[in-house]
Design a protein around this ligand. Sequence first.
Ligand code: HEM
Length: 573
Amino acid sequence: MVSTFSASFAVFIFANISLKILAWRKNFKLAETAGFPTFYSPVFITDVWWMMLSSLFIPLINLLPSKTRLPWLPLSQISNIWKYGYEPFHEAGSDTLFLATPTNNMMWTSDPAIIKQLFSLPTVQVPVDMLRFYDIWGPTIGSVEGEEWKNHRKIVTYGLNPSTLPTVWKETIHQTNTLISRWAGDGFVVPVVKSWTSRLALHVISSVFFDHPMDWREYSPGEAALEAGYQVSFESAIFTVLRHLGLIFMVPRAILARLPFRVCKDTFTAFTDLTRYMQDFRAKVLNDINRISGKLRKNILESIVVAGSDHPSHVGSRPLPEGSVLGNIFFSLMAGHETTGSSLAFAMILLAIYPEHQKEIQKELDRVLGNRPTEDWNSESDYQTLNKGYLGAVLKEVLRNYNVVQFIFRLTVAPTNLIDSKGEAHIIPSGTTCLINVAGAMQNPNTWSPRDITPGRRAQLHHSQAIDFDPARWLGKGDDSDVYFPFGYGSRQCPGKPFAQVEMVAFLATLLKEYTLELIADDVTLSSCGGNKEVAWQQKQDDAIRQMRDNVEFNITIQMLKELPIRVVKRST
Ligand code: HEM
């Protein structure tokens, strides 16, 4: 009896493996028809089991001969896509390549011509099944397609009214000034820059688009008062949920609440409280729905809540289910602060590493803004001048090298004709997942010339992307939208782009007009350099450049969460 069971089980396993191998071979042959270098990969990068267990498997797989694990292993680690940048394409000798797996094929591309077509062709769509983790409360603008997406898009973008740009400008200046005062309390030393820039971006979006003003008391122990019934603050709830989005998606809520691990309990509490905060946001609008539904200019919150109520919306949208009301509130809050906050942190650190660029920005700020008080800075003319000048060039270069949305998925829903940058035609089979490798595209040396530094020096600096930070390449140039995609391209391009740009310019202008950012050469570095401040600074600069590769982490966007302390120093007059 036992042996019959074992034999049947063995046959079952054998049959399954054989079928997988046959499917794998078939997928490989299909992938090859596109005419790009094609490689076998035993795993699909976003398979849940692989994402959960890969950190256990990878050390074991690394013991295998390189022939069996290359090139697929580095290409199957979602958290390393930005770090590897253009390398996989360089090694494959092509800006586009295919990975054939037993379940599906994936096309990786860093070719700007192909990327533009993938963003625009009707046979290429968003792979909704892969984006379900955004749907914790219900479908959102970021995770649906077709007519449903058009409906969500109308509702969310109606709230991103350009008339709010002056308010974004003013609120950012206000938040930056109060943040500087907050830093003063810590001796102007900022250990983890990203934790503050993300909060600043959350404060701005929350106040302008969600009618929920925030200040810095929350981050001073003992000063923040929790609203009745809440266990954690709004900020803490949203940051915890974002950090553990994967956990919330993969573990059923009832189990998450009962698991005996601190991280599970904290995540569950944050999730429950965030749901209540968003329900309270919605209730506030519903309490005044007659007036708000009649308003011509609604903020994002008002537009989403009205679309989910039984009041007619000016947008001409179809009613939004309750789950999607909360889902879109969450998605807009997330998309609106995490990206901008991370980008600003990279900007601050890069400026501290390269003081010569700060000096250029400061000269420009003095020329454009003179001695006018911040209240008199103009959100239209001053913003435009600065965005087209050195400050804008620095920001464009930050978003090129540290493009926080470093890859974007698409799916071909029919055979798709593409022309690559060399003018060669390819037919991509239907059902191919496309990984638009924005990081690879923005570091592609065929498009962006790297700085002239010896290979030895590059190796010494761990091949950090910070080496090639060169704002001068943007002076006198526009957005170069044919090859530059930090905000995406085509119909799904980021609707928050103008807001993010205004916010980033207002933040850096307010900060750098009065202050300079410095890396801190600590006592240990100083004594190891025999007290020579200049040598110690050089060492600190090299170390920071290395950290700008080694310590960059991936969680939805790329970010620097490890300490790289910066000092904010008052400019001498
Ligand atoms: C530096 C800041 C930002 C960057 C780099 C960025 C980047 C992006 C990118 C690349 C996409 C396109 C994804 C795709 O094609 O599938 C996107 C979509 C989106 N972004 Fe942003 N974003 C930023 C700031 C913002 C802000 C401030 C808001 C809102 C106030 C926002 C709201 C959205 C929304 C709602 C979508 C989804 C659009 C759709 O699927 O139709 N983003 N963003």
